[in-house]
Design a protein around this ligand. Structure first.
Ligand SMILES: [Zn+2]
Length: 324
């Protein structure tokens, strides 16, 4: 009798599990979604509104490149129906986090369908960085992207790509919660219209810059998509990830480039350490043109509390410094 009841109970549990397994919404409850970093989280909220409950793993001013997931993150992932990720090896810690959780929902890779920019090694200096990195990470785990990565992951720095991100998010939310699909598509339409308007505004802003003022120095290589869209050249002492340190040779070369090209402004970032850039500015006589937001929103009172604010702030900061 006892055994039979236990069997029944476990059969019920199995049934409950299998009912919960597909990525579908429970009526009346917001869809639990995990977004890996603050920019994606903002996009998911714009499309999902009150129908989604978003957990953000790497919050405002956080550095996704070097993030270390917590047990609370694994619990959030276990409960999520969707996990929204950038891909292109931006979240090098993601597979380990998913392995450590009981996630059985859908992984949404928002860069699916974009045209990624290949990252080219400019100098053998990168190989030396690579070795240093392996010495630092003696356990030899597959730390993410920079020198290993084939593509630049910072694809959200293109508003045209952002429209693809938004489409991928809208499709995934609509599959997971078909009852609210028409609402998600309406939200998408309004959001994409704002994205397109901002794209034209930034294009106009930057079109006024003289050809000689179109080279920009930042800490790490995060703005290649922005540069491609608007005709600017970005150079940086660090590679694609904040994880790799600039070598002395990289810094010397950069200082030389700043002098040769007469670059007047360098830009610090909201994530990471400004000291290297401050030293470079000191040595070259360039000014600090302001703070750019490569891959994380600001807090609610900062200049970049949403993705569109972030893009607008970066464009304004760049044009103001480069035009003066
Ligand atoms: Zn980055």
């Amino acid at each position: 009798m006892l055994a039979r009841r236990a069997l029944l109970a476990s059969a019920t549990a199995v049934l409950a599990l299998s009912l919960a397994a597909p990525a579908s919404a429970q009526p009346g409850r917001p869809l639990p979604v995990v977004a890996t970093f603050s920019i994606l989280s903002d996009m998911v909220k714009r499309i999902g509104g009150e129908q989604v409950a978003v957990t953000t793993l790497v919050g405002p001013d956080g550095d996704t490149h070097v993030y270390q997931p917590t047990p609370a993150d694994a619990r959030a992932v276990s409960e999520a129906r969707l996990i929204v990720v950038n891909g292109l090896q931006f979240e090098g810690w993601l597979d380990r986090l998913i392995d450590a959780s009981d996630f059985d929902g859908t992984r949404v890779v928002v860069t699916d369908g974009i045209e990624p920019i290949a990252f080219e090694h400019s100098e053998d200096a990168h190989d030396r960085d690579h070795e240093t990195d392996h010495e630092k990470h003696a356990e030899g785990d597959d730390h993410d992207g920079h020198d290993h990565g084939v593509f630049d992951p910072h694809a959200w720095q293109s508003l045209r790509n952002a429209a693809v991100y938004v489409d991928n998010i809208t499709d995934a939310l609509s599959k997971a919660d078909p009852g609210n699909a028409s609402l998600f598509y309406r939200n998408r339409e309004a959001y994409v219209a704002e994205i397109e308007i901002l794209h034209s505004e930034i294009r106009e802003m930057i079109a006024g810059l003289p050809a000689a003022s179109r080279t920009v120095v930042t800490s790490h290589d995060a703005f290649q998509y922005f540069g491609r869209d608007y005709g600017l050249t970005f150079i940086a002492p660090q590679g694609l990830s904040t994880e790799s340190e600039a070598s002395a040779k990289d810094v010397v070369r950069l200082i030389q480039q700043i002098r040769d090209r007469g670059i007047r402004a360098v830009f610090i970032e909201n994530i990471g350490d400004p000291r290297l850039l401050e030293r470079i500015a000191d040595e070259t006589g360039a000014v600090i043109g302001g703070t750019l937001y490569p891959g994380a929103l600001s807090g609610p009172d900062g200049p970049a509390p949403t993705y569109l604010d972030l893009m607008r702030h970066n464009a304004k900061t760049l044009t103001q410094a480069l035009a003066s």
